[in-house]
Ligand binder design. Structure first.
Ligand code: HEC
Length: 167
């Protein structure tokens, strides 16, 4: 009898404790559910939009450097304005390293860029520019614009997002 009682005492779960454990587990599940909800909301934005705005990380590098830029410094939205989106307010940080306005016409249209012969972007040329900094006329862009390590789906998503028809 004595031994039995001792066993009960040592037992991990005493009577009544089971319910408390379940409650704890449920609370834990509820708490961990909220980040999932947040994730689902973010996922509603297309990949290209998330990459452009930096909600989805892209590894950006200053040309010639091995260490990636801080995530916040690699965001396209820091330096570019998309055609059709509101202009940054005067005095906004964008004036510091302001890149060109990005639009479907501007990228796909045959225009001279950086003193080179007229050229236009397609998906391939766009990905090449992001990875290597070489534009379609084989001119190297300024170092202000980071170089990126990105895969084909990421690059394609960015291209689709940036060149989508403006409303
Ligand atoms: C730190 C600022 C900065 C960031 C971040 C940045 N860019 Fe740029 N980008 C520039 C500048 C400056 C130029 C112009 C370079 C030149 O003319 O030599 C440029 C040029 C470009 C061009 C070439 C446009 C043309 O007509 O030839 C494209 C396309 C482009 N950026 C896309 C992107 C995308 C996509 C991202 C994010 C993945 C991005 N940029 C992030 C500054 C930036």
């Amino acid at each position: 009898m004595d031994i039995l009682r001792r066993r009960e005492d040592n037992c991990f779960m005493r009577p009544g404790q089971g319910r408390a454990l379940w409650a704890a587990l449920l609370v834990g599940m509820a708490a961990s559910a909220s980040p999932m909800v947040l994730f689902a909301q973010q996922a509603e934005q297309p990949l290209g939009a998330r990459l452009y705005a930096g909600q989805q990380t892209l590894a950006g590098y200053i040309a010639g450097h091995e260490t990636p830029l801080p995530e916040t410094a690699s965001r396209c939205v820091n330096c570019h304005v998309l055609a059709g989106s509101p202009r940054p307010a005067s005095g906004s940080q964008k004036t510091v390293a302001f890149g060109p306005l990005l639009s479907a016409e501007g990228l796909k249209g045959l225009v001279p860029r950086r003193g080179g012969p007229p050229s236009r972007y397609d998906l391939h040329a766009f990905c090449e520019l992001l990875k290597t900094g070489v534009d379609p006329a084989k001119v190297i862009i300024q170092r202000t614009m980071p170089r990126y390590k990105l895969d084909e789906p990421q690059c394609e998503a960015l291209w689709m997002y940036i060149t989508q028809p403006t409303p």
